[in-house]
Design a protein around this ligand. Structure first.
Ligand SMILES: [Zn+2]
Ligand SMILES: [Zn+2]
Ligand SMILES: [Zn+2]
Length: 96
């Protein structure tokens, strides 16, 4: 008999949920930057302001006390904002 404990289904689900970040924009289980419910950058920033979340790392602190102000956006390579609220995201998807 193997001594390796088999992972139970509930455990797997729990791990899955833990690894799956909760979207701060619509409270669904996907990465905030991949949100397909709130796609508008301005709306996203509005939500961040309302929830008093950091615009740089989307954590519960204000941007000016952010320990990660040097985080560089992977979208535009500029600092001081999270990739989820990058304005480049908007210019890529042109609205008709
Ligand atoms: Zn979402
Ligand atoms: Zn921050
Ligand atoms: Zn950016």
């Amino acid at each position: 008999m193997s001594s390796v404990p088999a992972m139970r289904k509930e455990q797997q689900l729990a791990e899955f949920l833990l690894n799956m970040p909760l979207c701060i924009f619509c409270n669904s289980f996907h990465k905030s930057e991949n949100c397909d419910k709130v796609v508008d950058t301005v709306k996203r920033i509005e939500i961040l302001f309302k929830k008093e979340l950091c615009l740089v790392c989307i954590s519960h602190h204000r941007s000016f006390v952010c320990p990660r102000t040097s985080t560089i956006c992977s979208m535009c390579n500029k600092m001081n904002h999270h990739v989820a609220i990058c304005y480049l995201k908007d210019s890529k998807v042109e609205k008709k």
